[in-house]
Each structure stands twice: as C-alpha cells, then as structure tokens.
Design a protein around this ligand. Structure first.
Ligand code: ADP
Length: 747
C-alpha cells in the first residue's frame, strides 16, 4: 500500500517506495542458527525504518516471484530463535545458476523495489550472490530493452547492494573461525558420542562414527577431541600407509591401559594417502580383521543438521544478522558486498573472493595429494588440534621417569562444567610429555592436608563429559595457617609446579601464594591459573571454561519456561547466576529473545522499572501474550527478582500474570559443551607448554592465561590489577557488552 496524503485526495502513486527494501534468503544446506540471523536482519532493518521481504526457498523464490517473495513484519519472526533449520526454506536452485533465471530474479525483485539483498548460505550461495550483483546493471538493461521495466525503474535501482552470512555446519569457509550451524552440529555429534560411549563401555565395544564433512575435517577433529575418542580420519590429513595396523595398535593399547570402549571418528570425506575413500564400513572391517573386534558403525547423517540451535549459534547469528542489516542499509560504497563471519571472537568482514577461492582450492589440493597445503589453509589452530588429538589419544601406560617434573592439578573456587575435562587434558598431555601428574584433592585446603595422589592415564577415563569436579572443590582462599601447610606440602611432596584451575578465588589464591614466597621458599614454583568459571568474570580471557555450558543450560531452561507460558498471558522474570558480571544474562537475553535484561554493569533504577511496567501494560493491551525479562543475580541488591515480579504483577492489574524463576545451581551442573571441552583442552595444552618453559629457564613465574582475540595469551599475574576495575572487581575490557546494541535492536 502506498501512503495516503492528509485530507481527501489520494497521494500520487509513487513508483519507488520511500523506505529502503531488503530481501533476505537462506540458500544451500540448512544450518541451525539461520533463523536467528533472519530474525536479527528483519528486526534491525525494521527498527532502522526499512522494509524486509522473505525470499522463500533460496534463490528459487526470486526466480519464481509471486508468493516466493513475502513481506516480513516484526511479529513474523517471533518464536523462531529456538527452531532448527530455516523457516523461510532453502533450496539448491538450478534456475538461478542460469542467466535466464537470474534475469527473472532481477525482474521479480524490482517488482517489489528490492535492491538490497542478504543471503545466508555456503560458499556456493555467496558466489552466486556476488555474480548476481556484478551482473545487476546488465540484467536491468536487458529487462528494459525487452520492455519489462521502465527506464525510471532502472535509474532508481542502479546497484544491487548485498551482504552475505556464512551458514554451513561443516565450518569449511577459509577465513572464518566459525560458520553458522557448526557449533550446534558439534552439540549433536558430542551428545551421540557420549551416548554411544556409555553403551560401548558396558559391552567393551568399539564404535565407528561417521560425521559430516566431505572436504572438511573440522567436525570430525573437534568431536574426536571433545568426545575423548581414540582415532580419527579426516580428508585433509590422510593416514600413512598401513594405518589400519596403527589404528588397531592404538585401540588395543587403550584397552590395555584400561579403556572400556573404543571410539573411531570418520569424516564422510576421509581418504587414504592414495586418495581412496575410507568409509566407516571399511574401518569396521579393518578392526574386525586385525583385532577380531565386533565393531559397530553409526552414521550420524542428518541428525547433525537437526534440532534447536545452540546458545552460540543463536547469539552469534543474531550479531551477524544485525551487522549485515546495517551494512546493507548503508549507502556508503565501502559497506556494499560485505560477507560477515566470526573471526577472533568478533564479527569480521571476510574478503569473499579470496575466501571462496581458498575454500574451493582445498578439495583440489586434497585430490592432488598436497595435504600439507590443505592443512595450512585450514589454519594454525586446526593443525595444533590435530597434534593435540594425537597426544591425547596415545595411551601412556609406562610410568614417568624418576627425575620427571611433578605438576599438581588443583581446582579452586566455584564449580564450572569442564573442570574435569581440563584435569583429564592435564593428565593425558602431561604424561605424554613425560611429567608426573598429581591430583590435589579438595582444593588448596586438600593440598595443605597432603591429600595428593599421582594420576595414571586410565584414571581420567570418562572425565571429559562429566560435570562436577572429580578432584573436589572449595571456594575459599587459603588462610595463614593453611599457607604454611601448603608450603610444607609442596616441599614434602616435591611439587614442581601448580596448575590452578578456577575463577576469581583461584587467581586470588595464586596471588597470595606469590606474596608469601618471601616467607616460604618452597612456594617459589611456577604457577599457572587456568580460567574456569561460569561467571566469565576473570581478566585475561574473553571466555572461561564453563561459561558456554552454563549459557546453554540457561537457554534450554528458558525455552521450556517460555513454552510453559504458551497458552497464558504471562510475564516471566528469570534470574541467572553471574555474580558481579552480566555475561550470562546478556548473552541469554539475545539467545532467548528476552524483552528486557537487567545487568550488574548497568544496575536497576526505580525509573527504569516504571518504564518497564508502562511497556508491559502498553504491549499486553496491544495483544502481547508473553514477556520475558532476565535479571542477573547481582543487578541490584534491593530490586530483587521477587521484587520485580511483584511490581510487574501489581501494576499489571490483572492484564497478565507474572512468574519468577531463579535458575540456581542447574547452571553449574551438567556435562560440558563441546566448546568448553575444547577450550579446556587447548588452555591446558598451552599452560603445560608455559610451565615447561619455566622449568627450562629455571624460572618460577606466577601467570594466568586465556583466550584473547581468538588466541591463547599468557600474562604475569602481577599485571592483573591493571586489568580490573578496583571497585567492581570486573575486567576493564568486557568485550561482550558490545552486544548490548544487539539486544536493544531486537527486543
Ligand atoms: P552452498 O551455498 O551451501 O555452498 P551450493 O554450492 O549448492 O551450496 O549453492 C547453493 C545455491 O546457490 C545453488 O543451488 C545456486 O542456486 C546458487 N549458486 C551457487 N553457485 C552459483 C553460481 N556460481 N552462480 C549462481 N548461483 C549459484
């Protein structure tokens, strides 16, 4: 409908609408998180005064026109965040590959005056998009010469502005760290591997698990590490000739060292050095022939594409969609044609042509047998993880030498899922590097009591997917008497270094130990703090072990809470943990589509609560049926969750009812996510390297490490005060607060 003028006269029909118009489509293989991106694009664009059209079934909707192009309103993208697949459909359109198809597509877009396009898809879809935009002027000229569009129309839409988002569960685009859908696919795979492990262990069985990845071994590699598997086969790094025997030896050694199950992960595109495919069935028969093992094959197939998106795929895709919408609405030439992806834990612009060229060269390199180059293109952390997997999965039944370094592993502070995965990685990698690994039971207080035991390779079996902390945990920072006893225990037990895994209290304890060195010389040993806290509030690491798991637990719980209110008219106030840090609350608000979030970083005022009540009343009166507010536990000491719920209820005067949910300790429990397992393993590997450097140079630095800009960085603990706000005790750089703008745009 065209706008009407005031008064009685109709406004003249304008051939160009006053608002910018965006088309959005999903193309190629579906990926969980595409819906979050569609929602974010739609809402960001509407908030910025534009109109959005869904192009159904990928490029085919553009080619077909008609009902294939539909206007999207704000409410059309409600309740899609938690859905798998893509609600606007996807398709591999053969028509769009032909110029004739693209000509029709251009005509159909122009019928709606759409000259801005956002495509979420793999490298194929994005290449098609690039081509379409280059061809645009030529297509319009042809349409005009055929009399299908007017010269005015051509003049009004001289360029096709576009932005792309990479959706691919394979995580195969060179130049991005994570593509939309890959994290959720890992969730599906790891859940299957965990389930298979328990039945395999009962019968002492071997499972061969095939995962997706025709040219990309990412899913296989990460799931082999995070699933605690024994052997892995990927396309980029084929095994040497005779690998069948080596594989069987590894599995047999694992069993001899105490494993009850054996798990082999095969990427669907796995090959040998001669380029022959290695199928899961071939692996099974190799195991049968060499070991006499009755192995079972499980092909995970499309399960990996299914189900509700993980928390990461929701918040990251929302952020990507937000940026893509702003870019495509901008008229600055430099904003046109951007492909957005995740690099170094931030949204980044990916040079499309280069990224696609590199991505497409990998299958060719694999075909040509240039595996080194294929691995190099996959990147440094991919190569590092292949090496890590080898170390983790090679059994070390022989005890370390007498003069080996003795490294104590201790958990300090609150519980974080992934602490066991970290301890397991420390034992496995430490033994592989010839150290004695000591489990300190019951935190630093346990150390003071001398409750320390050597851990063998097989003793950490099964720890990777376990919640809790097998070594025990205490929150307290040690007191003066305990410090004396700790110093004595370190001396008596000949502990050469400490790995302190935990949050704020672990770091405080390490600082205390460092300060007491002048009194107790035995405390002069290298110490490394490894960040593990669901609160994600320690400096030096953008993400700490456990935070991703807690976030997923929160998101899953809120999905249920929201669905419980589906047939009521209800407002929910949900409280998350996080202490003084609003990370969990803010990320959960994006991932669940909360209307309001209360953060300790911002506080709560009476005026803001009044405004919220007004908003509640106004929107419920206008037909809203569900409202979700998330409150971080320390957002305000007086305006508690209970208080807010009561205010909402009282001021609603029966318009809606209010329920409050304090999620509590479920956030610290449960099996760690694939991300937390991988993070734990990578941090520990780097921590051990650093301790080894300290041994070699006979130094005894007290340090901490963490993920920063996608890399693992180490810093002296003495630098910690420079990185925290003395008042709030929060890291000065809380990168995630940048996402406040995303919640504001989408809520
Ligand atoms: P993905 O995007 O997941 O890599 P495909 O390579 O199958 O998947 O591409 C999806 C769709 O994108 C294709 O079916 C086609 O419609 C379109 N497309 C891909 N490559 C091109 C191209 N070179 N030119 C035009 N359209 C293309």
């Amino acid at each position: 409908m065209q706008p009407r003028a005031r008064g009685n006269k109709l406004a003249p029909m304008s051939s160009t609408p006053s608002k910018k118009r965006i088309g959005i489509l999903t193309s190629g293989g579906d990926a969980q998180g595409m819906n979050a991106a569609v929602r974010a694009v739609t809402r960001t664009a509407i908030k910025n005064g534009a109109e959005v059209f869904a192009i159904m079934e990928g490029y085919q909707g553009m080619v077909d026109g008609g009902n294939g192009i539909r206007k999207l309103e704000w409410g059309d993208v409600s309740h899609i965040l938690d859905r798998g697949g893509t609600v606007i459909g996807t398709f591999r359109s053969a028509d769009f590959r032909e110029k004739a198809g693209r000509l029709k597509a251009a005509a159909n877009l122009l019928e709606h005056d759409i000259d801005r396009l956002i495509v979420i898809g793999g490298d194929g879809s994005l290449t098609g998009l690039n081509q379409f935009s280059i061809e645009w002027p030529e297509l319009l000229e042809q349409l005009q010469s055929e009399g299908k569009i007017s010269a005015k129309k051509v003049k009004a839409h001289p360029v096709l502005r576009f932005a792309g988002l990479v959706g691919s569960i394979d995580n195969d685009l060179v130049g991005t760290d994570m593509t939309i859908g890959a994290d959720t696919a890992l969730h599906r795979i790891i859940s299957a591997i965990d389930d298979l492990s328990s039945t395999a262990a009962s019968h002492q069985r071997t499972f061969v698990i095939e995962v997706m990845g025709r040219h990309c071994g990412y899913l296989a590699l990460v799931s082999a590490i995070a699933g605690g598997c024994d052997y892995m086969l990927i396309p980029e790094n084929p095994p040497e000739e005779g690998w069948e025997v080596e594989m069987c030896k590894t599995l047999a050694a694992g069993r001899a060292a105490g494993r009850r199950d054996s798990m082999v992960v095969v990427a669907e595109g796995a090959i040998d050095r001669k380029g022959n495919p290695i199928t899961a069935e071939y692996v099974r028969s190799a195991l049968e022939n060499n070991l006499g093992e009755d192995a079972r094959v499980t092909i995970l197939g499309h399960v990996q594409r299914g189900g509700s998106p993980s928390a990461y795929d929701r918040w990251a895709s929302s952020w990507l969609g937000y940026e893509a919408a702003l870019a495509v609405l901008s008229d600055a030439p430099e904003d046109n044609g951007a492909v957005f992806g995740f690099r170094e834990n931030r949204v980044a612009r990916i040079p499309l042509t280069e990224a696609v060229e590199k991505t497409r060269s990998i299958p060719t390199l694999i075909e040509q047998g240039d595996y080194d180059k294929a691995m190099e293109l996959r990147g440094g952390s991919f190569i590092e993880q292949v090496e890590l997997f080898k170390e983790l999965s090679t059994p070390q039944p022989a005890p370390p030498a007498k003069d080996a370094k003795r490294i104590g592993i201790v958990h300090v502070g609150g519980l974080a899922p992934g602490m066991n995965a970290a301890a397991r990685a420390a034992v496995r990698l430490g033994l592989a590097r010839s150290h004695v690994m000591l489990g300190i039971h019951g935190s630093l207080q346990g150390l003071a009591e001398g409750d320390v035991r050597e851990l063998a390779w097989n003793e950490v079996e099964g720890w990777i997917d376990e919640g809790g902390a097998q070594l025990g945990l205490k929150r307290m920072v040690p007191n003066t008497e305990e410090l004396y006893a700790i110093a004595k225990a370190i001396d008596d037990l000949h502990i050469d270094a400490l790995l302190m895994i935990g949050g704020w209290n672990a770091y405080m304890s390490a600082r205390l130990i460092q300060r007491e060195r002048e009194h107790y010389p035995s405390l002069r040993i290298p110490i490394m703090c490894v960040p593990a806290t669901i609160d994600n509030n320690v400096p030096g690491s953008e993400l700490s072990i456990g935070a991703d798991t807690a976030l997923n637990v929160i998101v899953e719980a809120i999905d249920r809470i929201k669905s419980s209110g589906a047939s009521a008219t209800r407002a929910f106030v949900v409280e998350t943990m996080g202490r003084n840090c609003g990370y969990l609350a803010l990320m959960a608000s994006i991932a669940t589509g909360a209307e309001r979030v209360y953060l300790p970083e911002e506080g709560i005022t009476l005026a803001s609560l009044e405004a919220d009540v007004e908003e509640l009343r106004r929107t419920f009166e206008n037909g809203r049926s569900l409202f979700l507010a998330i409150r971080s536990e320390h957002a305000n000491p007086k305006y508690t969750t209970d208080f807010i719920a009561r205010v909402f209820e009282q001021e609603g005067h029966g318009l809606y009812d209010v329920r409050q949910n304090i999620l509590g300790h479920i956030q610290q429990g449960g099996s760690p996510t694939p991300f937390d397992r991988l993070l734990a393993t990578r941090l520990i590997a780097r921590a051990l390297e650093e301790l080894e450097e300290q041994f070699a140079s006979e130094k005894a630095a007290v340090q901490y490490l963490g993920l920063s800009g996608g890399k693992i960085k180490v810093a002296p603990l003495s630098s910690m005060p420079d990185l925290i706000d003395p008042k709030t005790k929060l890291p000065l750089d809380q990168w995630w607060l940048e996402l406040r703008k995303v919640t504001d745009a989408l809520a």
